[in-house]
Design a protein around this ligand. Structure first.
Ligand SMILES: *Cc1c(COP(=O)(O)O)cnc(C)c1O
Length: 427
C-alpha cells in the first residue's frame, strides 16, 4: 500500500503488510532471534548499512516492521520505531538528543512515570529537566539555553486531562531550533496528529488505547518528514553531525533516511535493547485495527458519564475537556477530531479521602486499576495510589485532591456504567 491518501481506518488495517508467501490474512508473528544471510558479503553489507535488511531481532523484526509502518502512517510521520514499553520510547527519544551536561524542557502536566524518569533517573545521568507550565507557555522560553536539547509535553495529559497549547510550544521550539517531542498516548493518532501541528517527534505508550485491551506493554516513536533538515548542521546536535566511532565513523546527518529513528535503532536499541517482542507487536496490530471505532465509543461513553457526574449533587466538580465549562474545552474543539476527548474523566466527590476510596471499592463494573485505555472501565483514587508519594502541597500543584477520583471509561454500556457509579456514590 504505497498510496498514503487512504484514510486512517484503512491504513490501520492494511498498511505495511502485503501477505507473506503463505498468503496469511493475519500478519504473521515472526518469532525469530536472527536472520540468515545469503553469504558473508551480504552480512558485511548489512552491518555497514550499505544494504538495509534484517540482522537480529534486537534491531528489526518483520512483525514489528508492519507495526512501525502502520504507526508512522497513522501519525503522518516519516518513520516508526517500536519499543518494549512507552517508558522506553520516551527514554530513547530524549537520550537520542540529550547527554550528560545537557538539559531538557518538560511540561508540568505529564504522566507520573515520565516525571520520575525526567526528575530522578535522567538527573542521575547528568541530564537536567526544567519544568514549564502548559497553562502559561511564557514560562518555557526563559528556560532555554544552548544546552537545551528537547522540549517534551503531552497532547492530552494523563492524569490531569489537560491539553497543551501546541502551536505556542512549537513556535518557541522553532525559534531556537530545538526538537519537540509530544506524548500522544491518550489522544491517540485517531483524534490528534501532533506532526500536523508542527511537532517533530511523537511518542506513544501502545499499552493503552492503541492496543486497547489491557493485554500488553509496548511503546512507539514516530519522527516527522523533514526532521533531518532541522538536525543537520544544528550545533545542538553534534551526535548527528560528527562521525560516530561506534558505527565506522558514520555521520547520521549524511544518511538519506529519517535519521532520528535510524540513530535510535542503530545506537540505542542496539546497545540498550528495550526491543518489543513480535508477539506483543502482533497484539498491538490487532488493537490498531479497531482503534477508530473504540476511541469514538470511549469518548462518547466518557462524555455521557461526565455529564451524569456534573448533574450529581454529591459531585463537587468534574474534569473532562468535552464539557463546555472545562478550561480546555476550546482547545479540545480546535485540536481533536470532532471535538472528541478520549476516555479519561476525573471528579471530586463531596467529602474526604475515605469516602472517595469507599466509592472506588463499591463499584461493581469499574475495577480498581491504575491503567488507562482498556475496554474495561477502571477507577482509581490517585491520592492514595499513583500520587501517594506526593505531600499535600505537591498534590495541590498537580491538581489532585484527597477527594479526587479518576476514571478510565471503557466500552461497556453507558447506562450500566452510570448505574454502577450512581449506586457507589449513593450507597
Ligand atoms: C502509560 C503511559 C506511559 C508509559 O508507558 P508504558 O507502556 O506503561 O511504559 C507514558 N505516557 C503516558 C501518557 C502514559 O499514559
Amino acid at each position: 500500500m504505497p498510496n498514503t491518501s487512504f484514510h486512517q481506518e484503512t491504513l490501520a488495517i492494511h498498511k505495511g503488510y502485503t501477505k507473506d508467501f503463505q498468503q496469511t490474512m493475519s500478519v504473521p508473528i515472526y518469532q525469530t532471534t536472527a536472520y540468515a544471510f545469503e553469504n558473508s558479503d551480504q552480512a558485511g553489507a548489512r552491518f555497514a548499512l550499505q544494504e538495509l535488511g534484517n540482522i537480529y531481532s534486537r534491531l528489526t523484526n518483520p512483525t514489528n516492521d508492519v507495526l512501525e509502518k502502520r504507526l508512522a502512517s497513522l501519525e503522518g510521520g516519516a518513520s516508526g520505531l517500536v519499543t518494549s514499553s512507552g517508558s522506553a520510547a520516551i527514554f530513547y527519544a530524549i537520550t537520542n538528543l540529550a547527554s550528560s551536561g545537557d538539559n531538557i524542557a518538560v511540561a508540568d502536566k505529564i504522566y507520573g512515570g515520565s516525571a520520575n524518569l525526567f526528575l530522578h533517573t535522567l538527573k542521575n545521568f547528568g541530564i537536567e529537566a526544567r519544568v514549564f507550565s502548559i497553562d502559561n507557555p511564557d514560562t518555557l522560553e526563559p528556560l532555554i539555553d544552548s544546552k537545551t536539547k528537547a522540549i517534551f509535553f503531552e497532547s492530552l495529559s494523563n492524569p490531569q486531562i489537560a491539553i497543551a497549547p501546541i502551536e505556542k510550544i512549537t513556535a518557541i521550539a522553532k525559534k531556537y531550533s530545538i526538537v519537540t517531542i509530544c506524548d500522544n498516548t491518550v489522544a491517540t493518532p485517531i483524534l490528534f496528529n501532533p506532526i500536523k501541528w508542527g511537532v517533530d517527534v511523537v511518542v506513544h505508550s501502545l499499552s493503552k488505547y492503541a492496543s486497547g485491551q489491557g493485554s500488553t506493554i509496548s511503546g512507539g516513536i514516530i519522527d516527522r518528514e523533514g526532521l533531518n533538515d532541522l538536525i543537520k548542521e544544528n550545533p545542538r546536535y553534534p551526535q548527528f553531525n560528527t562521525p560516530d566511532p561506534s558505527y565506522h565513523g558514520l555521520i547520521y546527518a549524511d544518511v538519506p533516511l529519517p535519521i532520528f529513528n535510524l540513530r535510535i535503532r542503530t545506537a540505542l536499541l542496539r546497545d540498550i535493547g528495550a526491543t518489543l517482542s513480535p508477539f506483543n507487536a502482533w497484539l498491538v496490530l490487532q488493537g490498531l485495527e479497531t482503534l477508530k471505532v473504540r476511541i469514538y465509543e470511549h469518548s462518547a461513553n466518557a462524555l455521557k458519564i461526565a455529564k451524569f457526574l456534573s448533574s450529581h449533587q454529591e459531585v463537587l466538580s468534574v474534569n473532562y475537556p468535552g464539557l463546555p465549562n472545562n478550561a480546555y474545552h476550546e482547545l479540545s474543539k480546535k485540536y481533536f477530531k470532532e471535538g472528541l476527548c478520549s476516555g479519561l474523566v476525573s471528579f471530586e466527590i463531596r467529602g474526604d479521602l475515605k469516602r472517595a476510596k469507599k466509592i472506588c471499592d463499591s463499584t461493581k463494573i469499574f475495577s480498581v486499576v491504575v491503567n488507562i485505555g482498556d475496554t474495561k472501565s477502571l477507577i482509581v483514587h490517585p491520592a492514595s495510589t499513583t500520587h501517594s508519594q506526593l505531600n499535600e502541597k505537591q498534590l495541590k500543584e498537580v491538581g489532585i485532591l484527597p477527594n479526587t477520583i479518576r476514571l478510565s471509561v471503557g466500552l461497556e454500556n453507558a447506562q450500566d456504567l452510570i448505574a454502577d457509579l450512581s449506586k457507589a456514590i449513593e450507597g
